[in-house]
Design a protein around this ligand. Structure first.
Ligand code: ADP
Ligand code: MG
Length: 816
């Protein structure tokens, strides 16, 4: 090999692709200057040497030290990206993937055909792409298509401290992919980047990496941040408290940007609106009208300071309205009132330049937080958790931290997930505070007391240990990782969670059942080593949870796909309907509710025909509501008149579009149209839909308690389920409340005065052994004879101890 050509030495532990090239990058002087201020630049040589000499390197450095934007550039400059292999960077958040790809393209003066991003439903990757930012989920899907990730020469796992589930799995997978690539003579570099030094799960883990990777620590250049705790016990209205705090900072403290941490998109918008109202800042096309406008609302300010203002902000408010609508929540009405008179009368001499920041914000709008605020204004960014470590906003001197975060929780009983607002960890609180000391000493205002802070958990636990893992296990099995229990997880999920997932996936038919019976079979299942089935492979390609994926996979038959897509979307969105049975506060309201109820029922009658349609129960109500609403063009007016929640309907429309696209890309011959309008299903389709739903929600079957089994009064009209000892009931809001079918499937169980099933459909008992054989044990109860099927009567005895309270029942003959 001549000079400059990488030398390949087979068997060498040194990686052969140490590049000897230097690819010039044409950066502007301003960018060059800004880069030189980043702490990571001082470490460039150390980092690159470590990368050249080790297949796996861990880089730790404070948020803002330049890891995400600079490391890909270091690699690019020495030739790690080329036509036969790109640099891939994963981010747990979409907002970071998009924004970082734009930033790096800009710094390197390259087009986004070369520095690109890919997130779940969009991206700008081309054949020329050499640096690719993506969400961790995207890379996981790519591993399924090409286990060796041969498109990449380097994979960077960013934000590893967040310990998102996909990040953890990718690190486990890459620990195996890297040696495989080396064996093939096509070495892959793995770089793990973290904002904290807490990386023992990756380094002290022989199962993961046989050779401990070097850890490079980038020194922080952090200014001191003074932390101020609230004295009072924390308030529920933290949003209002944030508002008051920002007002005070803005009126009383010297210049410097403010960053507020809230928990969700709707809260962010509502605070933005309130702050804009309190400290108006309006741009206009002409300086003249701007001056007039300002002179009306801010009589005290010196107008000379405000004559030059950029013009691109005019539509901000209108757009935020739309965003808020999409958020599916309407929280802001009650926020402003109580204290508005006192607080919203501003006497500040400066307008406040208020910007929202959250994950789903359009990229152009995200980018605004990085630009300097218009002259003569103070920047105030109202953000969700994305500003904690993913994005560093320049010029922040004050941080207001509500101490809360919105997190997904999983109900152990029903497995249903929901978002809840909880306290953050101490590590998060400190990260948030750190945002104030990037360019000069700063202040952090915590809206909670120091006693509360001491009660926070130190670090938040890795996501994988806290949630059901059936979707993950299915993805892993699709990668032919059969013995999940042997997988090198950085932190393994609890064995019970793995076993529960394996069992559910077997029941759904996504995994092949172990061939033997009895004890051995249980042992094998307990070893968690069932291989994926062909059905499982199809299911793994749909971007929804396995239960729903099964429904979609079965729906190719009888043209059921559009209906299943709608049902799945509707089940994912909460609170579809206005509560029409609520007590009215006035006679007018009572009349209004009555009218809505009548129209709602009429709408349902038009949609739901006879028998099979009505047995589809609450799911038919969902289908009918979406169908009627879309027929009417999905207007706010129609929704309000018929007792539907407009925001929920818009959300369902969006999800249906996304799922239709996803299904079309999996079943290329399905040829579904993304058309929101649909006709009611036929009676036959309604029956198939009940079977489809049963097949997906198999572990959510309930059977009405029979007269002879009535133990006591509390079991009257009750159902038995597979999951609970206690009686459960059909929720009074269900259309099947009075009909009490013998067998039902439910979407979820909610606990109020009793345990109630919601989202109920009736199913026929003979479908159960046909569609859910794993839930049926063909043998006599409480004995252990070989499987028995009675050819004379065509009946099977169905018994499953853990299901239905050790009660067995006769099933009618099943037509095969
Ligand atoms: P780290 O990954 O270590 O947290 P980053 O590479 O994200 O650090 O950020 C380095 C610097 O680049 C920060 O000072 C940040 O403000 C700046 N930066 C990042 N994105 C942009 C952008 N879009 N516009 C301007 N500056 C940016
Ligand atoms: Mg980063």
């Amino acid at each position: 090999a001549g000079p400059g050509v990488p030398v390949h030495q087979p068997g060498s532990s040194r990686l052969p692709c140490k590049p000897a090239v230097f690819i010039p990058v044409d950066r502007s002087p301003e960018i060059q200057e800004a880069r030189l201020k980043l702490p990571i630049l001082a470490e460039e040589q150390v980092i690159m040497e470590a990368i050249n000499e080790n297949p796996i390197v861990i880089i730790c450095g404070e948020t803002g030290s330049g890891k995400t934007t600079q490391v890909p550039q270091f690699l690019y400059e020495v030739g790690y990206a080329s036509s036969d292999g790109a640099i891939g960077i994963t981010e747990p958040r979409r907002v970071a993937a998009v924004s970082m790809s734009q930033r790096v393209a800009k710094e390197m003066n390259l087009s986004n055909r070369v520095v690109s991003y890919q997130i779940r439903y969009e991206g700008n990757v081309t054949d020329e792409t050499q640096i690719k930012f993506m969400t961790d989920g995207v890379l996981l899907k790519e591993v399924q298509k090409d286990f060796l990730l041969s498109k990449y020469k380097v994979v960077i796992i960013d934000e590893a401290h967040e310990r998102s589930m996909y990040t953890d799995i990718l690190i486990g997978l890459l620990s195996r992919i890297v040696p495989l690539r080396e064996k093939k003579g096509l070495p892959l570099k793995l770089i793990i980047m973290s904002a904290t030094l807490r990386v023992e799960d990756f380094t002290n883990n022989k199962k993961l990496f046989s050779v401990t990777p070097p850890v490079i620590q980038v020194d922080a250049r952090q200014f001191p941040v003074t932390v101020h705790f609230n004295k009072k016990t924390p308030l529920d209205d933290y949003s209002g408290e944030c508002f008051r705090k920002v007002c005070k900072i803005h009126r009383m403290l010297p210049s410097g940007g403010i960053l507020v941490f809230l928990t969700g998109q709707a809260e962010v918008h509502s605070l933005c609106r309130r702050l804009r109202k309190a400290f108006p800042f309006q741009k206009n096309n002409t300086a003249g009208s701007l001056v007039i406008f300002l002179s009306q609302v801010l009589p005290k300010i010196d107008l000379d300071n405000y004559s030059v203002v950029p013009v691109d902000e005019g539509d901000e408010d209108r757009d935020t309205e739309t965003d808020d609508d999409m958020a599916g929540s309407d929280t802001d009405l009650d926020l402003g009132d109580g204290d508005s008179e006192e607080d919203e009368k501003s006497d500040s001499s400066l307008p406040l330049y208020v910007l929202p920041l959250y994950s789903l914000l359009a990229p152009e709008k995200q980018a605004k937080v990085f630009r300097p605020p218009p002259p003569g204004t103070r920047l105030c960014v109202v953000a969700t958790n994305v500003a904690e470590t993913s994005l560093t906003i320049p010029g922040i001197k004050y941080v207001v931290d509500c101490g809360k975060v919105k997190k997904r929780f999983y109900d152990k009983i029903t497995g249903v997930s929901s978002f809840r607002i909880t306290w953050i960890s101490q590590a998060s609180a400190n990260q948030r505070a750190g945002r104030a000391g990037r360019t000069e000493p700063g202040h952090c205002y915590r809206l909670y007391s120091s006693a509360v802070f001491m009660d926070f958990e130190k670090f938040s636990a890795p996501e994988i240990t806290k949630r059901p893992v059936e979707d993950l296990i299915l993805q892993m099995k699709a990668l032919n990782i059969e013995k999940v229990i042997n997988f090198p997880f950085p932190t393994p999920p609890p064995t019970e969670a793995l076993a529960a997932a394996e069992e559910l996936l077997i029941a759904l038919g996504a995994l092949k059942e172990p061939p033997m019976t009895g004890r051995l079979k249980q042992q094998l299942a307990a070893k968690l080593s069932c291989p994926i089935s062909p059905l499982g492979r199809v299911m793994a390609t749909f971007p929804v949870a396995p239960r729903y994926a099964k429904m979609l996979a079965l729906s190719r038959q009888h043209d059921c796909l559009p209906y299943t897509i709608t049902i799945v979307s509707a089940m994912t969105v909460r609170e579809l309907f206005e509560e029409l049975d609520r007590p009215a506060v006035s006679e007018e309201e009572a009349a209004e509710l009555k009218g809505k109820k009548a129209r709602f029922l009429q709408m349902q009658r038009i949609w739901a025909g006879q028998g099979p349609m009505q047995k589809l129960g609450d799911l038919m109500v969902m289908l009918g509501a979406v169908g009627a609403c879309e027929y009417a063009g999905c207007t706010r007016k129609f929704c309000e008149e018929n007792g539907l929640r407009y925001k929920a309907m818009l959300e369902i429309r969006r999800l249906r579009g996304q799922l239709t696209t996803a299904v079309n890309s999996v079943c290329t011959d399905a040829g579904l149209f993304v058309d929101p309008k649909m006709k009611p299903p036929t009676e036959a389709q309604a029956t198939y839909l009940r079977q489809i739903v049963l097949a997906g929600l198999g572990d959510h079957v309930a059977r009405r308690v029979q007269a002879e089994e009535l133990l006591d009064d509390k079991w009257k009209n009750a159902y038995k389920t597979a999951l609970l000892e206690d009686p459960v009931f059909i929720h009074p809001s269900s259309v099947l409340f009075k009909q009490l079918p013998e067998f039902v499937v439910y979407q979820e169980i909610v606990e109020t005065t009793k345990l109630y099933m919601k989202g109920v459909s009736a199913v026929e008992p003979e479908w159960i052994p046909a569609l859910l054989p794993p839930y049926c044990h063909f043998g006599k109860p409480l004995e252990n004879p070989p499987p028995s099927y009675c050819p004379e009567t065509g009946r099977v005895r169905c018994h499953r101890p853990s299901v239905f309270h050790r009660v067995s029942w006769e099933l009618p003959a099943v037509e095969v």
